[in-house]
Design a protein around this ligand. Structure first.
Ligand SMILES: Cc1cc2nc3c(=O)[nH]c(=O)nc-3n(C[C@H](O)[C@H](O)[C@H](O)COP(=O)(O)OP(=O)(O)OC[C@H]3O[C@@H](n4cnc5c(N)ncnc54)[C@H](O)[C@@H]3O)c2cc1C
Length: 478
């Protein structure tokens, strides 16, 4: 029987890996391959993600080596690289995961075409999501455009259990020979020396460590603590779900086990956590169905929104990007992002809303910056989250509901632990007290921290006026 290639992309693990399990089941001999596409180094360039990817590939290569197999690494374009590898090894099938991202679909279409010309076949297997979005439709037969009914159907849908790691991996001896061509992991352009020390480390061992830590405590209190950025109340698994260093079927299975053993409060928390996995699938389904949402607002009228551009727009964007807006929770969030390549969800909502509504800078500028800086940067969740925050998405936070960054800070970071951790000017401010989230109100504000870039009340009014004009005066009536 001819061997099969297993093309690993966003499933960098051995456990609960559907394409790998299918290849082992159908072909016997399997050649795991990763193709480093220029896409990662150009269009989708992100130092924290490259670091995460490098860590994960190194660990995966070691794990495969320990099982008598090998991770073959080739340079893209993927279709040509896979076809060449298939020709070298006599493989007649390439197993990979289905993907909703526009770039991945184009990659798959191209790979299928090149492979077919060489007599091989691309076999796509569901793996990234728990429920195939095509099976989730409203009573009308149309796909859902709103989260709540989507999530109701998603929760009811059958979901597959996790797949065990293959007991043995049979890889052709010729591929194991050191002379068989594979790009050394230290060498691919861009994979070396990327990222910063505080970026999330990659790999399945790290994913398992984080998940065990989270399950042992924070999961039970998730409903209460998930909104508090100063606490370790969330799983931090997002980059691992982005790169598939842990399987989402495995997570759900173990979350359900924890649910069975939990009390009522614990169960509510676990339900809330599973609801977040549903958000991830909602945005994936949405982008899969409407690829235009990667760059266009769901609510088309927002194409005409009067964003602040030119020099003033750039000035505002720079202050936001560098965490110098004078609003502590916004600045702490942007500095956390720059330092760690990750930001707490509550603060993502506040910082994104602040850029789009207070500063009226086009949400796409912020989306691009987030995606470049986030280790979990994911086109579907990021454009979905940004459109939600900017008020132009499907399930949007209505535009006229504008987060007050001071009240958000006081409510979700009441002791200021979060802003102090990321804004040293505020950590060393002696006069800090009740005004920590609004330092300009203090009689002795910190000398080295900026004054607010805009006045909240004035910015809110201007944003509502702009929105009003967009809606032909209707917004004010709501
Ligand atoms: C403006 C904005 C941009 C965002 N960009 C991204 C992004 O690029 N990549 C990304 O993975 N998430 C994004 N999110 C969603 C969310 O902020 C992160 O998934 C979450 O903060 C990750 O932390 P965690 O793993 O500790 O999450 P947990 O609270 O532990 O949640 C578990 C998992 O559920 C998923 N999840 C949680 N919340 C959401 C959500 N609102 N939307 C979609 N999935 C969710 C994530 O995969 C997460 O790892 C964005 C949210 C906003 C408001």
């Amino acid at each position: 029987m001819a061997p099969a290639l297993c093309w690993l992309r966003r499933n960098l693990r051995l456990d609960d890996n559907a394409p790998l399990a299918a290849a082992v089941r159908d072909a016997g001999a399997v050649i795991p391959v990763f193709v480093l596409d220029d896409h990662y180094l150009d269009h989708d360039f992100s130092p924290p993600r490259l670091r995460f990817l490098a860590d994960s590939l190194r660990e995966l290569a070691d794990a495969l080596g320990r099982r008598g197999s090998r991770l073959v690494v080739r340079a893209g374009p993927a279709g040509e690289a896979l076809a060449a590898l298939a020709a070298e090894t006599g493989a007649d099938r390439v197993y990979a995961h289905q993907d909703h991202e526009p770039h991945a679909r184009a990659l798959h279409a191209r790979a299928a075409e090149v492979l077919e010309r060489r007599g091989a076949r691309l076999v796509l297997v569901p793996d990234l999501l728990l429920v195939d979005p095509a099976t989730l439709t409203a009573a009308s037969g149309r796909p859902f455009a709103v989260y709540t009914p989507f999530a109701r159907r998603w929760r009811e849908a059958d979901k597959p259990g996790p797949l065990p790691e293959p007991v043995a991996l049979d890889t052709p001896p010729a591929v194991l020979a050191s002379s068989f061509p594979s790009v050394p992991l230290g060498r691919p352009r861009g994979l070396r020396e990327r990222g910063a020390p505080e970026n999330p480390p990659g790999g399945s061992l790290e994913a398992r460590r984080l998940w065990d830590l989270f399950r042992a405590g924070p999961l039970q209190g998730y409903a209460r603590r998930r909104d508090l950025p100063g606490e370790a109340g969330t799983s931090r698994l997002s980059p691992h779900l982005r790169f598939g260093t842990i399987g989402v079927r495995r997570l759900l299975h173990e979350a359900r086990e924890a649910w069975r053993a939990a009390d009522a409060a614990g169960r509510a928390s676990i339900d809330a956590f599973v609801g977040e996995l549903a958000w991830r699938e909602f945005y994936a389904a949405l982008l899969g169905r409407e690829p235009r949402l990667a760059a266009e607002p769901f609510r088309r009228e927002f194409e005409a929104f009067p964003w602040v551009g030119g020099e003033e727009g750039e000035r505002r964007l720079a202050a936001w990007r560098e965490g110098r807006t004078g609003y502590p929770v916004v600045d702490a969030g942007m500095r956390q992002l720059a330092r760690e390549g990750w930001m707490h969800n509550r603060v993502r909502m506040v910082t994104a809303s602040f850029l789009a509504k207070h500063l009226r800078v086009d949400w796409r500028r912020g989306e691009a910056l987030f995606r470049a800086r986030l280790a979990d940067g994911d086109l579907a969740s990021n454009t979905g989250g940004w459109q939600w925050a900017a008020g132009c998405g499907t399930d949007a936070q209505p535009f006229f509901r504008i987060f007050n960054p001071v009240l958000q800070g006081e409510r979700f970071d009441p002791d200021g632990a979060y802003v102090r951790r990321y804004v040293p000017e505020l950590a060393r401010w002696r006069g800090a007290g009740r005004d920590l989230h609004a330092p300009w109100r203090s009689l002795s504000p910190p000398a080295d921290y900026p004054a607010p870039i805009v006045d909240h009340a004035a910015a809110r009014r201007e944003a509502l006026e702009a929105f009003d004009r967009l809606r032909g005066g209707r917004a004010g009536a709501r």
